[in-house]
Design a protein around this ligand. Structure first.
Ligand SMILES: Cc1cc2nc3c(=O)[nH]c(=O)nc-3n(C[C@H](O)[C@H](O)[C@H](O)COP(=O)(O)OP(=O)(O)OC[C@H]3O[C@@H](n4cnc5c(N)ncnc54)[C@H](O)[C@@H]3O)c2cc1C
Length: 271
């Protein structure tokens, strides 16, 4: 077993990360995947004891979600897309341990947090012992690297209007996504002022749908809005085609999930 630190505050965590370069351990539920005995000789920085990394708070600019906030805590989030994503992640036991920061930092195709946060225009708040910066989640998912001494401290969101998340896989519990979809609608005067739509699970990394977002802008916010979704808006996406599901099937599921979310959110807004 390597060295193990569990600091009680962020400056100490950043100091250890900068000086010792241990692996970051949040909930550990992704880190254990495929781990070999050699992995357990690695030095570990356990970030689960740092209050500044926990919880969801309203800010002047929107919302701030501490990176070590668990999925269980997100079940009570004031943001529907995050609550709905949390309800689909793993099992209650894993949700108690697993964090939103680990979900994003691990960068994997079926990460349920990625499309939900991407549709909401999330930015990552990063810190090292010497500097801090903000990085758009979209840029991170497209491959922008973190420095080895950088910690994901929080995820920041602008104000959220009507949002929703849906997931499709082969079973109801401990379900690995074949497709996930997330929608954020800003509605004013009965019309779509702005839309954020993202797909995950069916791609190596979650992606937004800018063509469809542009087509929805200005449209009447009625449940009929879903009819605007068709395959042409997904044609450019490199959909996964593997043992879980063929690409053509994933495309049909993605269209269905997006249509349902648009119908639900517009009906909810009108109520
Ligand atoms: C049985 C089971 C079922 C699962 N089901 C789902 C599911 O349905 N949906 C889903 O999305 N995921 C699922 N997962 C994967 C995993 O549980 C989640 O993605 C979880 O949110 C990962 O968070 P964690 O805190 O456990 O990450 P960890 O395992 O602690 O870390 C993951 C990676 O991120 C890095 N990291 C963690 N925190 C930070 C940080 N703050 N800054 C920088 N780097 C960091 C770590 O170094 C590591 O490389 C499942 C896992 C298991 C074991």
């Amino acid at each position: 077993m390597g060295r193990y630190w569990r600091p009680a505050n962020l400056p100490e965590a950043l100091r250890i990360l900068g000086a010792e370069r241990p692996r970051i351990l949040a909930g550990g539920t992704r880190l254990v995947r495929g781990a070999t005995p050699a992995d357990w000789d690695a030095d570990m920085l356990d970030i689960s004891g740092i209050p500044a990394l926990q919880g969801i708070t309203a800010t002047a600019a929107g919302w701030r979600i501490g990176a070590a906030t668990s999925w269980t805590a997100l079940l009570g989030a004031p943001i529907a897309a995050l609550r709905q994503a949390a309800a689909t992640v793993a099992s209650p036991q894993v949700r108690h341990q697993a964090t939103i920061g680990g979900n994003i930092a691990a960068r994997f195709a079926s990460a349920d947090g990625a499309p939900a946060l991407l549709a909401l225009d999330a930015t990552l708040e990063l810190a090292s012992s010497t500097a801090g910066r903000s990085l758009a989640l979209a840029a991170f998912l497209a491959g922008a690297p973190l420095a080895p001494d950088e910690l994901l401290v929080a995820i920041n969101l602008p104000p959220v209007a009507h949002s929703g998340f849906a997931k499709h896989g082969s079973r109801h519990a401990v379900n690995v996504a074949e497709v996930t979809a997330a929608v954020h609608l800003d509605i004013a005067g009965g019309r779509i002022r702005a839309a954020g739509l993202a797909l995950g699970g069916c791609l190596q990394a979650a992606q937004r749908l800018p063509g469809l977002e542009a087509a929805l802008a200005g449209q009447p916010a009625t449940p009929a809005l879903g009819a605007a979704v068709d395959a042409s808006y997904l044609a450019h996406l490199p959909l996964l085609d593997d043992f879980r599901a063929p690409a053509a099937y994933r495309q049909q599921v993605a269209i269905t999930l997006l249509r349902r979310l648009l119908a639900t959110l517009t009906a909810e807004a009108a109520a």
